[in-house]
Design a protein around this ligand. Structure first.
Ligand SMILES: C[S@@+](CC[C@H](N)C(=O)[O-])C[C@H]1O[C@@H](n2cnc3c(N)ncnc32)[C@H](O)[C@@H]1O
Length: 394
């Protein structure tokens, strides 16, 4: 499929020789400070925006998560603590968690600062407004800033790793090739942007992609049809290494859509998981109206775990969001809504709807919560949401 190309992107593609890989395309259309969907602050997170996330449905998600955050923070005694959120979007989760922690754990909150990591100025501007009245010290920083004086506490990555640029690769029947976005001046008038197979992947040159192909089980003995396409999360390991350098002691909680290899590699998943989102719609057209759509791909559980281990983290466990929230008391919260007074009915019904959406197995309930600790950290508390049994994997 071909798509019209805006002038700014045509100029970049021309300067790059006519084509760039999908990761570079994603970096431009999502994060360019003027033209990017996040960089410009154009994308809106929430049920009335481009796409809804769990925290954007209301304060219930933070209320359920707060005891877990408090438990992890409390293990550090009375030293200074940081609650860090990477990719805070509208700032809903950070704002609601701060309110919960200040109200429910006031002594702990006195030790606490909130640190937000947001590379996109347009998003950070909205976060500043959302958190203007937060009853806690709030600052914005980069991982590089934090590495100079690493913190202890909890780092949250809610729907952020899925927004990192991915390499897209195609099986051509004999070899793996990198997919590229090409600007073709000679193409049909006004329709010059298209996806096409690029260079063969070379294990020497493309070591990061090759390692991920191996971890995904895609190097040997697969019987995938020619043209089968998937994405490789080349930006996740560097991101995790930066995060480890920023957090000396504590826990990283990753919450995202994630699939096991056996589900990611299904023959029927022939176009991978990369999709575009806007106005509450999902589209498989990755090139339409560049800079106006979010582009996200599901994580792979095996590669996330391997990347974590090689980047300074130890896996503490993972669970489906639906199970995690039930372990944290969602059913009791639903039951409690029955006691609402008649004048609270509208609010109670809205809360009930939000709670049910958070555990919907066909939606947000299928998200994964992946808890990671620092291997040097001897005081990682057991998680409230992890059971003794192995986590569900189907
Ligand atoms: C899908 S939104 C998630 C927003 C929020 N966490 C939520 O769940 O409602 C992704 C957020 O991550 C930010 N982001 C993108 N790349 C990032 C990176 N490398 N580090 C930190 N944040 C990033 C985006 O600007 C945006 O704020």
């Amino acid at each position: 499929m071909t798509q019209p190309c805006p002038l700014w992107l045509a100029e970049r593609l021309r300067a790059a020789g006519g084509a760039v890989d999908v990761a570079q395309y994603m970096a431009w259309v999502l994060h360019d400070p003027v033209h990017g969907a996040y960089g410009s602050g154009r994308l809106r997170v929430g049920p009335k925006g481009d796409f809804a996330t769990s925290p954007s449905l209301g304060p219930q998600f933070a209320a359920l998560l707060a005891p877990q955050i408090a438990q992890w923070l409390q293990q550090h005694g009375d030293s200074p603590l940081s609650l860090i959120e990477a990719g805070p979007g509208e700032g809903d989760l950070a704002a609601d968690l701060v309110m919960q922690l200040v109200a429910g754990w006031p002594d702990l909150a006195r030790q606490l600062e909130l640190v937000l990591i947001e590379p996109n100025a347009g998003m950070a501007a909205r976060q500043r407004r959302r958190l203007a009245a937060a009853p806690l010290r709030v600052r914005w920083a980069s991982f590089a800033d934090l590495a100079a004086s690493p913190l202890q506490g909890v780092l949250l990555a809610h729907e952020v790793l899925d927004a990192l640029p991915v390499a897209r690769v195609i099986w051509d029947g004999a070899c793996w090739r990198r997919q590229v976005v090409r600007f073709d001046e000679a193409g049909a008038a006004g329709l010059p942007l298209r996806l096409e197979p690029g260079e063969l992947l070379d294990p020497q040159v493309d070591a990061a992609e090759w390692r991920l192909l191996q971890l995904r089980g895609l190097l040997a003995h697969h019987r995938l049809p020619s043209g089968w396409t998937t994405e490789l999360h080349t930006a996740v390991a560097p991101w995790l290494a930066d995060a480890a350098a920023a957090l000396d002691r504590g826990v990283l909680l990753v919450v995202d859509y994630a699939l096991e290899n056996r589900r990611y590699n299904l023959e029927t998943r022939a176009s991978g998981t990369l999709l575009a989102y806007r106005d509450q719609r999902a589209s498989g057209d990755l090139l339409g109206d560049p800079g106006h759509w979010d582009l996200t791909a599901h994580l792979c559980l095996e590669t996330l775990e391997a990347d974590a281990c090689s980047s300074g983290w130890q896996p503490l466990g993972q669970r489906l969001q639906g199970e995690a929230l039930l372990a944290l008391g969602l059913a009791q919260r639903l039951y409690g809504l029955q006691q609402s007074r008649p004048d609270q009915l509208a609010e109670a019904l809205a809360s009930r709807e939000a709670l049910l959406r958070l555990v919907d197995p066909a939606g947000l309930g299928a998200f994964r919560w992946v808890a990671l600790g620092r291997p040097s950290d001897r005081v990682v508390a057991p998680s409230l949401f992890l059971s003794e049994q192995p986590a569900t994997t189907s």
